[in-house]
Design a protein around this ligand. Structure first.
Ligand code: AMP
Length: 479
């Protein structure tokens, strides 16, 4: 069955093209089943160590515990001043995604509001539309990009939308998040608790360097839905049959590269093997770098994952030859067409400051027979993804885009970036030209600076820390 259909009937969301092709029994296939008793008969788990609170011999107090927790939280919630979504106003803005557009439960929106988030960070904007539909994600992103909230919101949304209605058992989490260090695991658990503030979702951290017994107590006393763990300590719990991860619906591997560097590969392999098949769980893997080993493991552990990459903020520009042509506004289109014909362009990205001008240029280029795609904030996510995939696959030679949409795009083999307008924000200039000259390749950026935009040059030069080479276009470009 289709993963996204299982998920939550979010079919009204911009559907990813892939959705149609995927037939993956989903995490939700287990929903409501929790074959706990049945599994005891078939499980390979050792029985001799089973305590009275294990899932095969359900804790007689588990429901009571759950109810106690619920009552306590319900009381806490009663004491909260009433909140509704009208208090969380965020104006739509071109190229920015709002949490409001993701159809998240109100409890979650309330927590996001309390955290002061307004718009999604780039990794959230790229991850959430896909991960909320149940897709696996492989994300290249550093700390500080907001990736934690991206995976936590995915998990919390699904847990709230698909509650398990029958009796739950202790030590049987629905989500497992693995992190390399205790600091990171604690930070994630803290963020999870903040996002779960208005829900009855239980969160626990199992980390090395702290008392085992205290952590065990958390698992014994409350139904815990989300476990954040460092690999070594989790293995301790697994070995002593103090946690069962075979029903985990979400597996998050955060900072996977660091976990590998720290020698956690054997533990990680063991942990991942103890969870459901990759087709039956949702796996979200984040790493700041992707070397050979990470690529291999990500392939083994994820199912038909969507790849997302967030650029580090400082883009190296040494690889890019930068030209600035001083042209009049009226000459721009002619010069552009001549560049596309004369220069050895393979894939070109053209940046335009305004979305209406982007559309106009796109229409002109199509009329002139250029094989071109367009990306602006006015275009819905599904079409944007399709256009981008088309550009990556070489279906278009040229892509016209506004900054906000073009920024996070990573396409190998872009030979030319053309600034049809010089951007007002010098940072945008750096981001734009960083679309070329990637991965040790060289690239060319050509800016068409007209009488209305040349005054942006000094600010860009200040940011670059060097003079730009401004010249009149050669005659052949003016014909
Ligand atoms: P992370 O990369 O997950 O460690 O997040 C870095 C910081 O960004 C954390 O302090 C988060 O609370 C914050 N953060 C995450 N998402 C957003 C957002 N959408 N808006 C503002 N701040 C955010």
């Amino acid at each position: 069955m289709i993963k996204s259909i299982f998920s939550k009937f979010k079919s009204q969301k911009p559907a990813q093209q892939k959705t149609e092709e995927i037939s993956k029994p989903t995490k939700s296939a287990n929903k409501g089943k929790k074959p706990v008793q049945q599994e005891a008969a078939t499980s390979n788990k050792p029985n001799q160590n089973l305590g009275k609170h294990n899932k095969h011999n359900p804790n007689p107090h588990s429901q009571k515990n759950k109810n106690n927790n619920k009552n306590r939280r319900a009381k806490q919630q009663q004491n909260q001043p009433k909140w509704d979504i009208s208090q969380f106003q965020v104006a739509p803005e071109e190229g920015k995604s709002r949490f409001h557009d993701l159809d998240l439960p109100e409890q979650l929106m309330h927590a996001i509001f309390d955290l002061g988030f307004e718009y999604c960070s780039p990794i959230q904007a790229q991850t959430l539309p896909q991960s909320l539909q149940g897709f696996d994600i492989i994300g290249k992103a550093q700390t500080g990009t907001g990736k934690t909230a991206a995976f936590l919101i995915t998990i919390i949304d699904e847990i709230l939308n698909s509650p398990i209605t029958e009796e739950r058992h202790l030590k049987d989490p629905r989500a497992l998040i693995l992190a390399p260090t205790r600091e990171l695991a604690l930070q994630i658990a803290k963020d999870a608790k903040a996002l779960c503030k208005y829900t009855n979702i239980g969160v626990a951290a199992l980390i090395g360097g702290e008392k085992y017994e205290r952590q065990l107590k958390q698992l014994n006393e409350n139904v815990v839905d989300i476990v954040v763990a460092t690999p070594g300590r989790l293995i301790d719990f697994m070995t002593r049959d103090q946690i069962y991860i075979d029903q985990v619906e979400f597996l998050v591997l955060d900072e996977a590269d660091r976990m590998l560097d720290m020698g956690f590969v054997p533990q990680l392999k063991r942990i991942v093997r103890a969870t459901q098949k990759k087709e039956d769980r949702q796996t979200l893997l984040f790493s700041a770098t992707f070397d050979h080993d990470i690529i291999n493991l990500s392939r083994q552990w994820t199912f038909d994952a969507i790849h997302i990459e967030i650029e580090p903020e400082n883009v190296a520009t040494e690889q890019v030859e930068q030209k600035v042509y001083m042209v009049s506004r009226d000459e721009k289109f002619k010069v552009l067409m001549n560049i596309l014909k004369a220069e050895d362009t393979k894939l070109s990205m053209i940046f335009v400051n305004r979305k209406d001008h982007t559309q106009k240029l796109y229409d002109q280029l199509r009329k002139a027979g250029v094989n071109v795609g367009i990306l602006t904030g006015d275009i819905n996510q599904a079409r944007r993804s399709k256009t981008l995939e088309g550009f990556k696959a070489g279906k278009f030679d040229v892509l016209v885009a506004t900054d906000v949409v073009g920024r996070g795009i990573h396409v190998d083999g872009v030979s030319h970036v053309i600034n049809y307008n010089l951007p007002e924000d010098p940072e945008d200039y750096v981001h734009r030209i960083g679309r070329t000259g990637r991965a040790d390749a060289t690239g060319i950026s050509i800016s068409l600076a007209c009488e209305y935009e040349s005054f942006n040059i000094p600010n860009i030069e200040a940011l670059l820390g060097k003079k730009m080479n401004c010249e009149l276009p050669p005659d052949e470009l003016l014909k």
